[in-house]
Design a protein around this ligand. Structure first.
Ligand SMILES: Cc1ncc(COP(=O)(O)O)c(C=O)c1O
Length: 382
């Protein structure tokens, strides 16, 4: 193996590992977060028309096609409470994954500290490492996975360049409160810190409205809001994402984006522009569908004997498995895939602090109800 020192510690992702095991055991895969249905026809149609019209085969502009950037400005202006300039305040990326990498590579210097909330999305510490920066962690714990104000205050300081925040939060399903966001904002302003706010689950909030960090006092000028098409529109394979923020931060992100992917394929950008004009009823239907799936899985897991932490957002659910006495989270997930033929994710891989997450298991409920019911039936053998 000749992997660089920056990436060697991260190995292969847990998703690759669990998906392989799922295949080997013919298991239902409640591990990786992708829906087992296709995206909406009106979005696909727009991408097909883009291809058929022609003139879409050569490089589109690096920041994204003007049509998509304009649509993003119209869609996000009211959400962020300001008029957005599509030329300087918006960039289209290859999924949120690239927006995350470009934010860190474009805005963070060697040796800077970046605060991550653990459990984290697995790309975060790898992105920090690729940027030559150092991760500092704040830990969320069950049952409520709330941000601990004292821990947060203790890690944010003069060396902090950025906070990488994710709301609604994968894998806990937490939707952070107004007080938690206000504290984050206060610390960012006090220590002149950049917030990179990953909001890919922005439309999957089940009880409360989605609050945006960029709208808090003093935060627009220091926040990049990142999101993507994948989760909301069940198009995870299209890899269309975007970053929205003030020109001085977007310029940093673009300096990396131009050398990472340079741009995103034109037909899927046209599809994204169509998606973002969906009526409110589309979002309401999507949300109520996920709410039903969440409740189906949550109730079923509870009946089986898990302690379930009902998520307020995202399509992930965390549960405590330790009542079954099958070891730590990795041992439990291995047992689950081998004996119940259901794949899930062991969340300790999302914590840097040893021992954290060992009693937990993460299930994805972005699957049709028949699949979720069949998975529950299989797990009853536990
Ligand atoms: C928190 C979070 N951020 C980013 C991503 C990646 O988004 P995309 O598929 O748009 O690259 C995911 C996907 O699972 C995620 O859960």
């Amino acid at each position: 193996m000749q992997t660089s020192d920056r990436l060697a510690p991260f190995g292969v992702t847990i998703f690759t590992e669990m998906t392989k095991l799922a295949r080997e055991h013919d298991a239902i895969n409640l591990g990786q977060g992708f829906p087992n249905w296709d995206g909406a026809d009106f979005v696909k149609r727009a991408a097909i028309e883009s291809l058929e019209r022609g003139g879409t085969d050569q490089y589109p502009p690096s920041p994204g096609i003007p049509e998509l950037r304009k649509t993003l400005a119209t869609a996000y202006g009211p959400k962020l409470g300001r008029d957005l300039d599509p030329d300087t305040e918006i960039t289209v990326t290859c999924g949120c994954t690239e927006a995350l990498a470009a934010s860190l590579l474009g805005l963070v210097n060697q040796g800077d500290e970046v605060v991550l909330i653990e459990p984290f999305y697995d790309a975060y510490p790898a992105d920090v490492s690729m940027a030559g920066a150092v991760s500092r962690f704040v830990t969320l714990r069950p049952p409520d996975f709330a941000l601990d104000p004292d821990q947060l205050r203790a890690v944010v300081g003069p060396n902090t360049r950025a906070i990488l925040f994710n709301n609604p939060h994968n894998p806990t399903g937490r939707v952070f409160t107004d007080a938690e966001l206000a504290l984050l904002a206060e610390l960012c302003v006090e220590h002149d810190v950049i917030a990179i706010s990953d909001e890919v689950y922005e439309e999957m909030v089940y009880e409360s409205p989605h609050r945006r960090l960029a709208t808090y006092d003093g935060m627009w000028e220091r926040t990049l809001t990142l999101s993507s098409l994948g989760k909301t529109f069940s198009l995870t394979g299209w890899k269309v994402g975007w970053a929205i923020g003030p020109p001085h931060l977007i310029a940093g992100l673009r300096s990396a984006h131009q050398f990472l992917t340079f741009t995103t394929p034109t037909p899927v950008q046209h599809g994204a522009a169509a998606a973002l004009t969906a009526p409110e009823s589309f979002y309401e239907e999507m949300r109520s569908g996920y709410r039903e799936k969440r409740d189906l899985l949550g109730k079923g897991l509870e009946e089986i004997g898990f302690e379930v932490f009902i998520p307020q957002g995202t399509y992930f659910l965390m549960a405590r498995h330790s009542g079954f006495g099958l070891g730590d989270d990795r041992a439990f997930c291995r047992h689950l895939v081998e004996h119940a033929r259901v794949a899930a994710i062991p969340p300790s891989v999302f914590y840097a602090t040893p021992g954290e997450g060992a009693e937990l298991v993460r299930f994805a409920f972005c699957k049709d109800e028949e699949t979720l019911s069949e998975a529950l039936d299989r797990m009853r053998a536990l």
